[in-house]
Design a protein around this ligand. Structure first.
Ligand code: C2E
Ligand code: CA
Ligand code: CA
Ligand code: CA
Length: 282
């Protein structure tokens, strides 16, 4: 490790320094985003495949940054977590979700559920349940209309504690879903112990299911297993009629994806659009 090695070491540390600076800038922009209301929620319909009716909506966070443009959540959720901002932003998302649900119900949509993504930090937050309770009282809503989505990877560390948190939410009446199923580490034995209502099959399997035998086998056997456990199964990332048809043939309960609708800004989710999706859910 003479001249050349020294240079590459210098080069790498320069790169690391720049990456670190980018990260700090992103963190500082995210703090501003929270202060200046640059976040928004979009809602994506979920369709019951047996009757093609609207079953519910998933809440998806968006960031309209004045400097960076529209930043996708995959690029900032991890930074929010790292910067301890996920809990306050998560509270805001929860509040918005209650707001939407209250509006939907007063507009006559009484059977819909709303799915909210929770991060690991949120699930471990000791104040989460109290906050949700407060929202239920304030908006006079039943807990059963909310489904809290947890990813498999959140279960990787401290699974016992995670199950206890889940049980508390379940006892209060919230529905629970495992998101991105098939991509994480959770083993089937834990699935048995977790008080979940719904399994969401990750979209990567749906994308491949008609071209790739392994993806097809994973999809069909997951649907069969989940139904056998008495749980509800959702396929996400449904983009084509052909995928939808195959999912119906294999008795998948619910579909979500661009075939039915992209995520829609909350402000555009008026009764015409909902009615249209409900009646034409393909
Ligand atoms: P996710 O929970 O798995 O959400 C589904 C993602 O798939 C969304 O991406 C959605 O827009 C996208 N999607 C839905 N249907 C299709 C389709 O047919 N084709 C394709 N190509 N994509 C489809 P999005 O909105 O970019 O969100 C990415 C991830 O960010 C989410 O994945 C979730 O893990 C996280 N996220 C979003 N909002 C929140 C939030 O409020 N809290 C937390 N903790 N995480 C969130
Ligand atoms: Ca989700
Ligand atoms: Ca997912
Ligand atoms: Ca995902």
């Amino acid at each position: 490790a003479k001249g050349k090695g020294g240079n590459s070491l210098h080069f790498y540390s320069q790169q690391m320094f720049e990456a670190f600076q980018d990260r700090l800038a992103l963190e500082s922009d995210l703090k501003q985003a929270l202060l200046h209301n640059q976040f928004a929620i979009h809602l994506q319909p979920k369709i019951r495949l047996t009757d093609r009716r609207l079953q519910g909506l998933e809440v998806l966070l968006r960031w309209h940054s004045p400097a960076r443009g529209m930043v996708p959540p995959d690029e900032f959720i991890a930074v929010l977590e790292y910067a301890h901002l996920m809990i306050p932003v998560g509270y805001w998302v929860i509040e918005q979700s209650f707001e939407v649900m209250a509006a939907l119900r007063s507009a006559g949509w009484r059977d819909l559920t709303i799915a909210i993504n929770l991060s690991a930090a949120q699930l471990n937050d000791v104040k989460l349940l109290a906050h949700l309770e407060k929202m239920l009282t304030h908006y006079e809503l039943p807990a059963e209309v909310f489904e809290l989505e947890l990813t498999e990877s959140m279960l990787a560390n401290n699974i016992e504690e995670t199950i206890v948190s889940m049980q508390r939410l379940k006892q209060r009446g919230f529905r629970l879903a495992i998101d991105d199923f098939g991509t994480g580490y959770s083993s089937l034995s834990y699935l048995r112990q977790m008080p979940v209502d719904t399994i969401k099959i990750d979209k990567s399997f749906v994308f491949g299911m008609l071209d790739n035998q392994a993806d097809f086998d994973i999809i069909t056997s997951t649907i069969a297993m989940v139904r056998k456990l008495g749980l509800e199964v959702v396929a996400e990332g449904v983009e084509t009629q052909a995928q939808c048809k195959t999912l119906i043939q294999h008795q998948c309960d619910i579909g979500q994806g661009y075939l039915f609708s992209k995520p829609v800004p909350a402000a555009e989710l008026n009764k015409h659009l909902l009615k249209h999706i409900d009646e034409n859910g393909q």
